[in-house]
Design a binder for this molecule. Structure first.
Ligand code: AMP
Length: 442
């Protein structure tokens, strides 16, 4: 099958030719004709599947062939993304795909000055890529209007909800014209996403290009049990011993990211980081340097887990397991793409066994364990099994006299099962949109 047979116009075909895109990917085969016909889409597609071109190509074509010229401060198509990095990346793709078309595209996101964005919007933008928070700011300041909006794309909708954007999204949806085409892309499908899809989409075409919530088969995954305090030491040991090339490392906290970067640099490796405390330009610069191969180790919080298009990355290391199990799938989605094989290695300590069980349940697979001889943990990581089971919990110290009947669980906004982990931190599980765990924006 060719791009021409999907009904794309000449200027786009010329661009695709120049980019050496020879055949449409599965998501493109389904999405392009449907979007051209004006259908709503509900697409289960991860990064790496070619989903960006799947919506951008037909959108650019429609904007070129249909509808009035864009008015001042107006937008004709809107792509919402969860992170600044993804917004920037989508915008770059849109610009590349649309280079032979007379359209204006632009990206707006937080963390940078709003004034240039207001200036750019004055002329009107055919296709605007935006993160929800900044777009709402611009809308409230009358810098952007939606009367001309024909198409809304939600890219990585699950991530937007995970990051706590539900309220911003609701406010934005209320401001958009009801008569429009809507495309929803999500890597995972929680009840919250289904509810959102039910509210926003009309008779959508369902596209599923990778089995839901499964990690790419081409990625070899395993875990190494280790004591929490020896994780970075183990990482440095593996880095040297296994002669790894480029590695994308995920850590739980910004502090953890900075610490590992320091240690890796001290050991003589080129390392950089991406996390929410860094200003946007330096986040983008770190990513560019990593992509260009100038940096060997990129350490990130989950803000970088999705949407980043990094080619042929052989190695992903989870220094910490993610709190939200779905993030595991996104993290390791950075590797083993386009037929290449990759490795995803998780350094797991005893405290993380519940997260491990949740991840294994989600991916339907118990991760194989490989002990690293000099790093056998003092605190054993309990064995897990599918069904979210943790088989042998370590012996717990005897509890003082049991709480009065009915007080076994403590509810203080956060919850935890007091009988399970007496001294563990509460697992954040605030009832939010559809009951998913909410997190601070990274
Ligand atoms: P995405 O899933 O949209 O992030 O795209 C993943 C990568 O695949 C990007 O680097 C695209 O440039 C590339 N790509 C998308 N579609 C095609 C295609 N049909 N042929 C070759 N490469 C593609």
């Amino acid at each position: 099958m060719t791009f021409a047979s999907l009904g794309l116009i000449d200027p786009l075909l010329r661009t695709l030719d120049a980019l050496d895109y020879r055949t449409p990917t599965p998501v493109q085969k389904e999405a392009i004709p449907a979007v051209l016909k004006g259908r709503d889409l509900l697409a289960a597609a991860q990064t790496g599947t070619g989903k960006t071109a799947g919506f951008a190509l037909p959108l650019l074509q429609k904007l070129t062939l249909q509808g009035p010229k864009v008015a001042s401060n107006s937008v004709r198509a809107l792509v919402l993304t969860p992170t600044r990095e993804l917004a920037e990346q989508v915008q770059q793709s849109v610009q590349r795909y649309g280079e032979n078309l007379p359209l204006r595209s632009y990206a707006v996101y937080g963390g940078v000055s709003i004034n240039p964005q207001m200036m750019a919007l004055r002329k009107g933008i055919d296709l605007l890529v935006a993160t929800p928070g900044r777009l709402l700011d611009l809308y409230r300041q009358n810098a952007v209007r939606f009367e001309q909006l024909q198409v809304l794309v939600l890219d990585e909708a699950d991530r937007m909800l995970d990051l706590g954007f539900a309220r911003e999204l609701d406010e934005l949806f209320a401001a958009l014209p009801k008569k429009r085409q809507t495309l929803l892309f999500s890597a995972t499908f929680s009840d919250a996403i289904r509810q959102l899809a039910g509210e926003l989409l009309r008779d959508p075409l369902n596209i599923e290009v990778a089995p839901r919530n499964t990690a790419a088969k081409s990625v070899k995954q395993w875990l190494i049990p280790v004591d929490k305090k020896r994780k970075s030491e183990l990482f440095l040991h593996l880095l040297a011993e296994q002669r790894w090339g480029q590695v994308l490392v995920f850590a739980k906290t910004r502090k953890g990211v900075d610490q590992l970067v320091e240690e890796v640099q001290a050991a003589g490796f080129a390392a950089d980081s991406i996390h929410g405390d860094k200003p946007q330009p330096s986040r983008l610069r770190a990513l560019e340097r990593f992509k260009a191969g100038e940096v060997q180790i990129l350490v990130a919080t989950d803000v970088a887990a999705r949407g980043l298009d990094i080619h042929d990355l052989p190695q992903v290391v989870n220094l910490d397991l993610p709190i939200v199990a779905e993030d595991y799938v996104h993290r390791i989605g950075r590797t083993g793409r386009a037929g290449a094989t990759g490795e995803a290695i998780s350094l797991v300590c005893a405290d993380e066994v519940d997260q491990l069980a949740a991840i294994e349940n989600l991916i339907g697979q118990v991760l194989p364990r490989r002990d690293e001889p000099d790093f056998i943990p003092d605190h054993r990581v309990p064995q897990t099994a599918l069904g979210g089971l943790v088989l042998k919990k370590p012996k717990k110290p005897k509890q003082p006299k049991a709480a009065p009947a009915g007080k076994g669980k403590i509810h203080l906004g956060n919850w935890f099962d007091a009988s399970e982990k007496p001294d563990a931190k509460p697992i954040r599980k605030a009832p939010s949109f559809g009951g998913k765990p909410t997190r601070k924006k990274p």
